[in-house]
Every structure is written in C-alpha cells, then in structure tokens.
Ligand binder design. Structure first.
Ligand code: CS2
Length: 490
C-alpha cells in the first residue's frame, strides 16, 4: 500500500520546477490533462528560475473528475512522461485552489476581476470558443450563448465568463492578459473578437469596452504536447516510479513546445527561462502546428477508425495511412504557408513520425477524432481554399472530410467500424437531420456543405464537394484503403 500523494508526501527530488507560493497570479479555465502537462509545467519551471507570485487558480469546466482528486491531494499531481528510452515521473505543485466553473460561475467571474490576477489562461478546446462555423463569429443562436448574454452574473460559457469578469474588472482598470492555449489559428485575436462581440451584444458600457481595448491583451500563441487520457495503468506506473498513489496523474510525451507573442500587459512568469519561445512570427508557427500536426492527426484518426485502429500509433503503423498523411503534408499543407525564419520543416516532420509512432502514448484515435465539426475548421478550409483558388484539388483534405463524414454522418446503408461510436461529435444530431432523406452520396455531401458546417467560401466550391462525394462513395463501396489509393494516384 503506497502513501497518497499530497504536499507533504512529494517524493524527494521529484518536484518539477518550483512549488508555487500561496498567492495566485493566474486564473486558468479548463483544468484538463493538456493544461496540467503544458502551461502548468512551464509555470512551475519559470518560478524555479525566477520566482514570482504565479500560483494558478484553476477551474474545470463542468465536471469534478479532475478537481475532486486534485483537492484530495492538495492540488498536487504527477506527470508520467512516456518515452521509449525510459518512462519517468515528476510532481507539479503550482495550483493554489481549484473549482468547477459550472458549479460556481460567480467564483470564476470574481477571480478574473481580482486585480491580484494578471493572466487568465485558457484550454477550453476549440468547442469552448462558441463560434458559428460558417462565419467564425460568436454563435448568437446557441442556447448557452443566448442565456449568457441575457443572464448577467452567472455565465455558463467560457467566453461569457471572461466577458463578465472583464466587465467587473473594468472598475479597477488593472491590466490583464488573456492567453488562449487552444489549437485555433490566431487564437488570441479570435478570443478578443469573440469576447468583444459578447460585450457589445450584452450592452456593455463604453468604459468597459475601452478598458478591454486598452488594458487587456490577448497574445497569440502556439501550443504543442501530445497528452492522452489518464488510465488506471498510469496511476500504477506512478506508484511504481514514485512510491505514492496519485489519483489524477497526467500521461504525456516528452516533446513540449509553446511559442508566444510577448504581450502580457500585467506581467508574466519568466516562461522564457523555462523553454517558451517568444516570437513575432506566431502566425507562421501556428500554421506549422495546426496544419502539419493537427491536420494530419485528424486524417490519421479518421482513416484509423475506419480500419479499426484504436490508437494513433496503430493507425500510423498502417502503410496506407502513412502514405496518405505524408502525401497530405507534401501536397496539401506544406505549399500553403511560409514557415518561421530558420524553421526546419523536414526535421519537424521527422519528429512527428517519431511522436506518432510512440507505442507508449496510447492516444485514442477516437479522442483525436472527437469534435471534428469544430476542429476541422482549423485544419481544412483555409488550406483547401488556397489550392482551389489556384485551380488545384487538395485531394488529401477532401479525403479527410470524406473520412470524417463516413465516421460521424455515414450515408445510409454504410456502417463504419464500431469504434466510430466512441467519437464525441457535438454536431452528430444536426448532421443526421441535415442528411436525412439524401438520395445519393453526392446529395448527402452537398447537404452538409450547404448546411452551415463549413465557411461559405468552401461550401460554394462544387468541385471540392464533388471530390469529397467521390471519395465518400469509394469508402462506402470499396473501403477506406481504396479511397486512399485513389488519392495516392491523383
Ligand atoms: C489533437 C491535439 O485531439 C486533437 O485534435 O490533434 O489534441 C494534439 O494532440 C495536440 O494539439 C498536440 O499538441
């Protein structure tokens, strides 16, 4: 029987970075595994290098799945680094207060308004930005957004919480940086736009709007670390390595990257001393990451699910998946952007190969395949339009779209691998209603494209719709390998 992990039982030599002081300087929304293995770790390391009152007050969105065990162990948890050269474990101790936003939204609003806090960071996933897929603007027709706009002090959405918190903070005028750590292109600009739109719609006064435009910064950033879900096996490994029982360890790969715009109006931890890159070329870094890693990840996931591969490494082990993904990188992604100065894309792609191949990660294809209706918006339309406007068909992006539909909105008569039932897709019902009664696969795809699931500029491209329909037909008739072979031959 091992001892439970807590502040008084952190094994000697296992602390990652420094323990935070009791004062909190950061409010974090989205207390999932990614934040706990990424921003929290950089913050612990920054405090080890240069000190500072950067304890984190963390809020989970709606579940106490992480908060309950964290509280029971003084908000301390371990990171289990899954490397083929040897798995290691270390302990992070930077959270000073955790809660569940949905249970106490007022606590979140008050924390954002508290002048002691100088940064609000977010890992609320692409879904948490509550945007309309066709326009990219705040989705005013969503019931939760509408309720937050009407409802005053008890918002339910992340954007509503930030807006209400800033509204209250305007009274003190204390500067604050809101830093998105989600996989969105121009994530800071997007957050600012959605929050300002919320405030405008909610009838905020000029004093609030001018406070937000002059004293609140929204730095853009690129985040990267592959972090799967925690299983009991991870807790057992931690017990073996550290000799303590951790009820909420975070498994993670050893690779980690964070590139930020240095625009923190209220100050920031010395993240630069902890390995964070500060750059003025954020957009280029975002393109590298969102297209080469995330875009490819979606293709691996959907092709993998359609051939029954439960994990990314199992899918990546299939020759046809690797060929399709490497073809997509070379033909559909790399030509669409200029990498940051001095950045070696070939080395990045080789490293991706090693990361996706790592058998210890066990990253579920259905986890990566979840929320496709929101994630694919970052991964497909802009790159696809780049090619379509030049008269070239982005076959691999069409394949990814077709494979996604085959998994979450299959044409009638086609039953994808049962794995696909484990995909959490918020648009599943709307997609089913949209395609209901479609007479052909082409009609099926046309209805989705016209149904507000993609930006208009892509929805209008009949040539793209036709290619997606062809590939979806091949998937349903001859299987996913045949569709990939068709793309390889195109
Ligand atoms: C993945 C990402 O689930 C997904 O959509 O593509 O979570 C990916 O693992 C991270 O962005 C890696 O940094």
């Amino acid at each position: 029987m091992t001892q439970p992990l807590g502040r008084s039982s952190v094994p000697a030599g296992s602390l990652i970075g420094a323990a935070a002081p009791d004062r909190t300087g950061i409010v974090h929304l989205g207390l999932g595994n990614f934040h706990r293995a990424h921003g929290a770790v950089y913050t612990a390391q920054a405090m080890a290098a240069a000190g500072g009152d950067w304890g984190i007050r963390g809020f989970a969105h709606s579940s106490d799945r992480v908060v309950a065990p964290m509280r029971a162990q003084d908000n301390v948890y371990s990171i289990l680094q899954l490397t083929e050269g040897g798995t290691r474990a270390g302990v992070v101790d930077v959270h000073r207060g955790t809660g569940v936003a949905a249970q106490d939204p007022e606590a979140v609003v008050a924390a954002i308004a508290d002048p002691a806090h100088r940064i609000v960071s977010l890992t609320v996933s692409e879904v948490g930005y509550t945007r309309d897929p066709a326009t990219g603007r705040l989705a005013l027709d969503r019931p939760d957004v509408a309720a937050d706009l009407a409802g005053g002090a008890t918002p339910r959405t992340a954007m509503g919480m930030i807006a209400r918190g800033l509204e209250r903070r305007a009274a003190s005028g204390e500067p604050l940086a809101v830093v998105s750590c989600d996989n969105l292109q121009s994530n800071g600009d997007v957050t600012r736009a959605v929050v300002e739109e919320f405030l405008g719609e909610a009838g905020a006064g000029d004093d609030v709007l001018s406070f937000v435009s002059s004293s609140v910064s929204f730095p853009n950033g690129m985040v990267d670390r592959i972090v799967p879900k925690t299983t009991d096996e991870h807790s057992r490994r931690v017990a073996d390595l550290l000799g303590v029982t951790d009820r909420c360890p975070v498994p993670a790969e050893d690779f980690s990257m964070w590139v930020l715009e240095d625009d923190f109006v209220g100050g920031r931890p010395a993240w630069d001393l902890a390995g964070v890159t500060f750059s003025t070329e954020i957009e280029a870094y975002e393109m590298v990451k969102l297209r080469l890693l995330n875009g490819s990840h979606s293709l691996i996931a959907y092709l993998g699910i359609l051939c029954g591969a439960p994990t990314i490494d199992a899918a990546w082990g299939q020759d046809f998946v690797r060929e399709a993904v490497l073809g997509g990188i070379a033909h559909d992604y790399l030509p669409t952007f200029t990498p940051p100065t001095g950045f070696d894309c070939d080395a990045y792609v080789s490293e991706l190969d090693a990361r996706w191949r790592n058998p210890l990660i066990g990253h579920a294809t259905t986890q990566v395949g979840s929320d496709g209706s929101v994630k694919l918006l970052q991964r497909i339309p802009d790159a696809a339009l780049f090619h379509l406007r030049q008269g070239r068909m982005p076959h691999h992006l069409a394949l990814c779209t077709a494979a996604w539909l085959a998994c979450v909105a299959p044409p009638s008569g086609f039953a994808p691998d049962p794995l696909s039932e484990r995909i959490a897709e918020p648009a599943r019902e709307r997609l089913a209603a949209t395609v209901d009664g479609a007479v052909t696969v082409h009609d099926h795809v046309r209805r989705v494209m016209a149904g507000g699931f993609f930006p208009e500029a892509l929805a209008e491209r009949d040539d793209f719709t036709a290619r997606v329909a062809e590939l979806l037909t091949t998937i349903t008739r001859d299987g996913v390998r045949a569709a990939a072979a068709d793309v390889a031959a195109s």
